[in-house]
Design a protein around this ligand. Structure first.
Ligand SMILES: Cc1ncc(COP(=O)(O)O)c(C=O)c1O
Length: 477
């Protein structure tokens, strides 16, 4: 073989043997050195390139290990046959899809409904539980845990659900995972045999994206929640619903509709209700609304909830409660999947709950969100009846409607240009609804108490809505 010239840089950070190995590998894969060619001896190549024999030896060793060359004892090294990698020529220049940026950050006033109050998180207590786990090394937590999630955390969740949501369940029925959107496909896989899913319209916008394959059926929502009459007229066998606090309208599923829905589910073996209890912890008026699961006699409700609002969205801990009849299928399909939440995080949370800090935190947050809620309503009241509000009984957002002859997205743009992020209800529609007036979600969880009034005044000014000197109420619900 003619001696190949390899560009070796002695001052490079890359070791010489690696440069030589890369150069030779490149020459072999690009067929610059023919198959079967005998390579120069280590000494010859070392002399030619003015490098040490050890450098050549390491490079040859690596090529040998990876199968680019073969050694024939006492004869030398020969280039092996390597199949070329296919190269599919594309007319389009390669484009790297940019990572989706968090569009919620740049606004001084952000009314995103998913934001929480970050000033009130009990960092010191959380840190203590984290520190305890690492100070007294829990070596077994380095190994993979139970697929359904840590038993200790499932026990705490079961206790919490019993005390706060009227749900009687065993820790064995609970499955923990890193967020509702990751758990939903699991549930659908579990119950799906040619299933058709009905969704609330408006509703949680991630669901149709998760479940595009089977074309979801939109069901309207009114002041009493999902219209079950409408569901009954469809061929859907699964319904996803937020009965305690409809997202995003805030409606509570009425008692009559609850029984109607449970009866609908009991009429066929493949019918199920997915109850998402998101945002049910913070009710500002009246008593908490019990979960639908607690009324279910026929094992038809799969209950889902999350710590996203009650603790923090970044924790990524959500869970579902399976009816006992589905446990066996769950184990058959999913026992090979590991839990998606790190064991250490699960134990921090379990210990935090066990010592009563979760209930304390919820009580504290209820007061904080209540104050923000009252401040928001009070500020908006001075604009009645030029605006109207709905869905203000629970949760961490309300809906406001404004009598303006502009599209929601134009109004959103104007608000954004003034440093305020608001969220049009049309972003949550599976099927268009003709609202009389542009309507927006205003989440107040992430806006500081003292910012609420100036933010609303700024919003109303930029939209050209005047304050009303005469007081009057304008609630739709
Ligand atoms: C109804 C509903 N459920 C669940 C979630 C998200 O829950 P997680 O953070 O556990 O994925 C949202 C978020 O907007 C939601 O609107």
């Amino acid at each position: 073989m003619d001696m190949l010239i390899f560009k070796l840089e002695k001052n490079s950070k890359k070791p010489l043997y690696e440069q030589l190995y890369m150069g030779m590998k490149d020459a072999i894969t690009h067929k610059q050195i023919e198959v079967g060619t005998k390579l120069p001896s280590k000494r010859k190549l070392a002399d030619f390139l003015n490098i040490s024999q050890t450098t050549v030896e390491i490079a040859y060793g690596q090529l040998l290990a990876e199968g680019y060359i073969a050694s024939k004892p006492r004869i030398g090294f020969f280039v092996e046959e390597i199949e070329e990698l296919p190269f599919i020529e594309s007319k389009q220049p390669k484009k790297i899809i940019e990572t989706r940026k968090n569009e919620n950050e740049p606004y001084p006033y952000n009314f995103h409904p998913g934001k929480i109050d970050t000033e009130s998180f009990p960092f010191a207590i959380w840190r203590k539980y984290a520190k305890d786990l690492f100070d007294f090394p829990s070596k077994e937590y380095l190994q993979v845990g139970e697929p359904q999630g840590e038993y200790e955390l499932r026990t705490e969740i079961a206790n919490y659900l019993y005390q706060s949501r009227g749900i009687i369940c065993d820790p064995e029925q609970i499955v923990i995972g890193s967020g509702t959107e990751h758990l939903l496909p699991m549930i659908l896989r579990l119950i799906e045999t040619n299933s058709k899913i009905a969704l609330e319209n408006p509703g949680y916008s991630a669901i149709p994206r998760i479940h595009l394959a089977n074309k979801a059926v939109p069901i309207s929502v009114d002041e009493d929640g999902l219209i079950v009459d409408e569901l009954e007229k469809t061929d859907a066998n699964i319904v996803y619903i937020t009965p305690s606090h409809q997202f995003p309208t805030g409606a509570v599923l009425s008692a009559a509709r609850r029984t109607q829905l449970l009866n609908w589910a009991s009429k066929a073996a493949n019918r199920y209700i997915l109850e998402d209890d998101y945002d049910s912890e913070f009710r500002h008026i009246g008593k908490p609304i019990p979960a639908l699961q607690g009324m279910d006699q026929n094992e038809k409700v799969i209950y889902l909830s999350t710590f996203t609002k009650s603790l923090m969205p970044s924790l990524r801990v959500a869970y579902f409660v399976l009816p006992p009849a589905l446990l066996q299928s769950y184990q058959e399909i999913f026992s090979y999947y590991s839990a998606t939440v790190p064991r250490f995080d699960q134990h921090i949370l379990a210990n935090f709950m066990k010592d009563g800090h979760f209930s304390k935190h919820l009580n504290r947050m209820r007061k904080i969100y209540r104050k923000k809620h009252d401040k928001l309503i009070h500020t908006l009241e001075s604009f009645y009846p030029n605006i109207s509000i709905t869905g203000d009984h629970a949760g961490m957002h309300i809906l406001i409607s404004v009598p303006l002859a502009k599209l929601e997205h134009e109004l959103k743009q104007i608000a954004n240009e003034n440093g305020i992020a608001v969220y049009p209800v049309s972003d949550y529609l599976l099927k268009p609804i003709d609202y009389d007036q542009p309507t927006f979600l205003l989440g107040y969880g992430g806006v500081a108490l003292e910012d609420i009034e100036p933010a609303i005044h700024k919003l109303m000014t930029c939209w050209g809505i005047n304050r009303n000197t005469k007081k009057g109420k304008s609630h739709k619900l």
